[in-house]
Design a binder for this molecule. Structure first.
Ligand SMILES: O=C(O)CCC(=O)C(=O)O
Length: 305
């Protein structure tokens, strides 16, 4: 899903149920719903701590109270009421020691938390004349590299968040580390919020690259780009709150293992339906068997324990 993110958290929370119902009403057979990166808060380092909420963990059945974690409860209730798996984009997460993470939480239709991925690679870049952003000013990086969840029709799904996509080793490890309890995966889901500097240059290139080098589908979801009217409104609000607005590139998309963009949004509020054909993955892996052809005698990519 691709929608505008308001600087006011309560506005985002109150809008989401209608956005989801409207989308699902016209697409009743969807298997998986994917929200954008930081959909409940402005994408601004100063805004992350004040909008952060505890999330709990997939291993613990109890959730923090709805007053502490309204976004998490909302995601869970939407998954139950629509009987669908939801990759909840990401939200600022308040950790046990007061640290803040950029975290993706996944709910199943029974209300069970299926996975939690904390963004592993923080978005710290400085492009003169372009974008400067330093997530590490207020965020802590996650340390669980390979987060997955099992979906009944899509198989094992690998998770990453935005800047994570620039690190091919993470995706190669994901794609290569199949075991009997964790079969190989065919799909990556990436909430992201690229910007007006790197978006046009790298957003689709990186997704197509990760799709080709892992031989998997890649599906992304971005916030919609602010319109002039929204920028003006946000300008008034952000001035008082002490942070600058961030313009997302948009273009949520799905890429198949051939690297073809199979569906894409533009820049505004627009949802994308991606048809994931798992047979296509197998076909590609058989036709171009690079996984078997890797020269393990010459190189490896290894995950540290
Ligand atoms: O990698 C980029 O250029 C953008 C990354 C980003 O916006 C993010 O990680 O939130």
């Amino acid at each position: 899903m691709q929608f505008h993110v308001s600087p006011i958290k309560s506005v985002n929370l109150s809008r989401l149920p209608t956005l989801v119902s409207t989308f699902l009403a016209s697409n009743p057979t969807l298997d998986l719903l994917v929200l954008p990166e930081v959909w409940n808060s402005p994408y601004a380092t100063k805004a992350f701590p004040s909008n952060a909420e505890p999330i709990g963990s997939p291993d613990s059945p109890s959730l923090p109270s709805p007053s502490l974690s309204p976004s998490v409860h909302l995601l869970r209730s939407l998954a139950i009421s629509h009987s669908i798996h939801i990759v909840g984009g990401s939200i600022p997460e308040l950790g046990p020691g007061g640290e803040v993470y950029n975290t993706c939480v996944v709910y199943g239709p029974d209300g069970g938390m299926r996975a939690k991925h904390r963004k592993v690679h923080l978005f710290d870049i400085d492009v003169p004349g372009g974008v400067t952003f330093k997530e590490s000013d207020t965020l802590t990086a996650g340390s669980n590299l390979l987060t997955t969840f099992k979906h009944p029709t899509l198989g094992v799904v690998g998770l990453g968040i935005c800047y994570d996509i620039r690190f091919p080793e993470m995706f190669l490890l994901h794609a290569s580390s199949s075991t009997s309890s964790r079969p190989g995966l065919d799909l990556f889901v990436l909430p992201g919020a690229f910007n007006m500097t790197t978006g046009p240059r790298h957003w689709s290139l990186l997704q197509r690259s990760r799709a080709v080098d892992t031989q998997c589908y890649v599906v992304s979801s971005s916030p919609a780009r602010s319109t002039r009217e929204i920028e003006e409104e946000n300008g008034r609000l952000t001035a008082g709150m002490g942070y600058e607005g961030y313009r997302a590139w948009g273009h949520s998309m799905g890429v198949d293992p051939w690297g073809e963009i199979v569906a894409t949004a533009g820049e505004g509020e627009e949802n994308v339906v991606v048809d994931v054909v798992l047979e296509r993955v197998e076909g590609f892996k058989e036709s171009v068997p690079t996984k078997e052809q890797k020269r393990g005698d010459l190189y490896t990519v290894e995950k540290k324990e």
